[in-house]
Write a protein that binds this ligand. Structure first.
Ligand code: ZN
Length: 306
């Protein structure tokens, strides 16, 4: 999975700021022939490419439509496939209708797969695998099983979503359906983690040791931070260290932080705005990273306070 993040901080749904306790995942597809992520996700971060109509969803929509999902899967400007997280996973989305028919908004994490013309088998296979991996990642994070994954159309049948056909107007054209999708997620969930590694959004390993210098004390190394944390939770005295030896979790009196990789167009202010909810908090990032200037460069790894 190529998981990236561009939170829709300018969408009214993000601003509404309501949280949910995720109890399931709802799979959507966009219903429009446009596989490019930039149609929905913006502004351009250097990978998405520029949306020349500026009609992405990271803004209040001029037509007043209230729609927002937690992630999109589709094409980057170079044609490769990526997943963009666009809302915090436990944020209440606006993805399956309003009122009594849209109660899935209160319970389900949602993502959209960008549709193409529905006939490209190569594209379908790539985004389908990406969607399976995203669901595996979310199931692990929220303790869900594949049984809690439904499509928008199944949500409608359950009475928690508006009447849309997605994704069943598309998957069967390529020999798949929601049962085969759930089976693929189940297989990946039950596979040994070493056989089926979940690729973390972060280009780094999280190592579990007693101390960074005590290399022989290492009892695990993970690409998924949550898995490393889980090991620490059951092994008192151990902590999680990032690639640079910084303690991320465990130990005593340690501030928890995540690693963020700077992308083109970033500024400390923008990162603070998207990660901490307020651009004016950028000095906290400077302090944590011992930065002496405001200049950051793409690819640079920053610790972001949690
Ligand atoms: Zn839908």
């Amino acid at each position: 999975m190529n998981l990236r993040q561009l939170l829709f901080i300018n969408n009214a749904c993000f601003k509404a700021g309501r949280n949910i306790a995720p109890q399931g995942i709802m799979v959507h597809s966009t219903g429009a022939n446009n596989p490019w992520l930039r149609r929905y996700v913006g502004p351009d971060d250097g990978l998405l490419g520029r949306n020349r109509y500026n009609n992405h969803w990271n803004q209040d929509r001029p037509d007043g439509r209230q729609v927002c999902v937690h992630a999109f899967i589709g094409k980057l400007a170079d044609g490769s496939i990526a997943t963009y997280q666009t809302l915090p996973w436990n944020h209440r989305g606006w993805h399956c209708g309003r009122g009594v028919n849209g109660t899935g908004n209160d319970t389900h994490i949602s993502f959209e797969i960008c549709e193409d013309g529905l006939d490209d088998a190569v594209y379908f296979r790539k985004v389908y695998s990406e969607a399976v991996e995203l669901c595996v990642y979310l199931c692990r994070q929220y303790g869900l099983s594949e049984q809690e994954i439904i499509s928008h159309s199944e949500g409608h049948r359950l009475g928690i979503a508006s009447n849309h056909a997605d994704v069943m107007h598309w998957f069967p054209r390529h020999g798949e359906n929601m049962d085969s999708f759930r089976a693929a997620v189940k297989a990946a969930l039950s596979a040994d983690a070493t056989d089926a590694p979940i690729v973390a959004p972060i280009d780094a390993l999280y190592r579990v040791r007693k101390s960074w210098d005590d290399v022989s004390s290492q009892i695990g190394a993970f690409r998924v931070l949550d898995n490393a944390k889980r090991l620490v939770d059951t092994n008192p005295g151990y902590a999680v260290y990032d690639n640079t030896g910084g303690m991320v979790y465990g130990g005593t009196g340690v501030t928890e932080y995540e690693i963020y990789s700077v992308v083109k167009g970033d500024s400390l202010w923008r990162i603070a705005a998207s990660k901490l909810g307020n651009g004016a908090r950028f000095p906290e990032i400077k302090e944590l990273n011992a930065l002496t200037s405001d200049i950051i460069v793409p690819g640079q790894k920053l610790k972001i306070p949690k």
